[in-house]
Design a protein. Structure first.
Length: 384
């Protein structure tokens, strides 16, 4: 049994993880969020959950804490980056790393029933665990699905949570919204339209409507489905599904995970859909009166200038239809098939191509920050 305080290093990005793990272990020990490392005291157990883009910042904090407290504190880690690179995370100075979903394992660890440097989570059936508890903040999005069958090479979801999706039943979601008085409701899912689906590529319209209707009846005043922090796969878009969203939800559009305008790249990524599927999904979404937004990844491994040109042309075609594309620059994520690929510098001429699309109003997104992180990775690799 952990005797000292259990502190949670709070970042905006791990808010939902705090809600999930805090609720799962509330009968063992409360998780106390903190934002400044000077709040740490000897005897504390400090929990970090972080993404790859945060690894350098976390590493620096761990070095400071170790210099200050040595072995009088315990540091544990989980989340996307530690799950993908547990050994590297231990090397940062952590005492233990949790890999994958770990509600049950974390609770047993706090009870002193589970030990080890690398603890592999198996808590994938999310309906067994609460969404959050009354003592914790409201989640920013309710996780309705966990796991993804597609195994895209750039994405961590299938490799952290497994390829067999698990879902929270609509009744559980509605009860939480009612009990907590949740008024603005968003959902977290790798593919919102796959919610409780029984067959690949076929949305379970009855389950989706039950979820959305139940949320409304439970008190949701603003309801969002198929938007950030989730999206929909283009090969799952049907007119009936889009009409359900338009009927029950407040979002004026949906996010469609296109990822590339090149069929060759889509095959290389392992996406399982085509550019034609993307264009069909956009047409359906516009036809029912919703505004689509498509997400795209540039400079993925194996992408040629011809592939990239096809993606630029897709952005142009979408832009002429008043459909905005959101650009992302590929970064290797630990635990994925593309974790160890060597990324190459992106030249000024190529950046200007993206800037031209931005200037036309066709392209938005956080791609400049992604480019900065990618360049930092290249510099780090060159100096090591």
């Amino acid at each position: 049994m952990i005797m000292g305080r259990v502190l949670w290093r709070y970042f905006e990005t791990n808010h939902n993880a705090l809600c999930a793990l805090g609720a799962a272990c509330r009968d063992v020990s409360p998780l106390t969020p903190f934002e400044r490392i000077d709040e740490v005291r000897p005897g504390d157990l400090i929990c970090y959950s972080f993404k790859t883009s945060q690894a350098d910042r976390v590493g620096e904090e761990v070095r400071i804490l170790r210099d200050r407290f040595g072995g009088s504190i315990k540091l544990i880690a989980g989340g996307p980056h530690p799950s993908g690179d547990p050994r590297g995370t231990l090397d940062m100075g952590f005492d233990a790393v949790f890999v994958g979903p770990c509600e049950e394992e974390f609770k047993r660890f706090l009870r002193g029933e589970l030990e080890g440097e690398i603890i592999r989570g198996r808590s994938v059936v999310i309906s067994r665990y609460p969404i959050s508890s009354d003592e914790l903040p409201m989640p920013k999005g309710i996780e309705i699905s966990r796991g993804c069958p597609h195994g895209c090479k750039f994405c961590q979801v299938s490799y952290i949570f497994g390829r067999r999706p698990h879902h929270r039943p609509p009744e559980m979601v509605a009860e939480f919204i009612r009990r907590r008085g949740m008024r603005v409701v968003r959902f977290v899912s790798p593919n919102s339209l796959a919610y409780m689906a029984e067959r690949e590529g076929e949305p379970n319209l009855e389950a989706i409507e039950k979820l959305l209707k139940g949320a409304r009846e439970a008190g949701a005043q603003q309801l969002f489905f198929g938007t950030f922090p989730s999206e929909v796969r283009p090969d799952w878009v049907t007119e009936e599904a889009m009409r359900l969203i338009k009927r029950w939800c407040d979002n004026k559009g949906v996010v469609i995970g296109a990822q590339s305008g090149s069929d060759r790249m889509l095959r290389l990524m392992g996406r399982g859909h085509t550019v034609e599927d993307v264009e069909r999904a956009v047409e359906i979404t516009l036809r029912v009166g919703l505004q689509p937004r498509i997400d795209l990844i540039f400079w993925a491994p194996g992408e040629t200038e011809e592939d990239r040109e096809e993606t630029f042309k897709l952005v142009e075609r979408m832009g002429r239809m008043n459909v905005i594309s959101y650009g992302h620059i590929f970064m290797p994520l630990p635990g994925t098939p593309w974790a160890d690929v060597e990324v190459e510098p992106i030249g000024e001429r190529e950046v200007k191509m993206l800037e031209r699309l931005v200037g036309k109003g066709y392209l938005k997104g956080n791609w400049r920050n992604h480019l900065r992180i990618r360049n930092a990775l290249i510099s780090k690799a060159a100096s090591s």
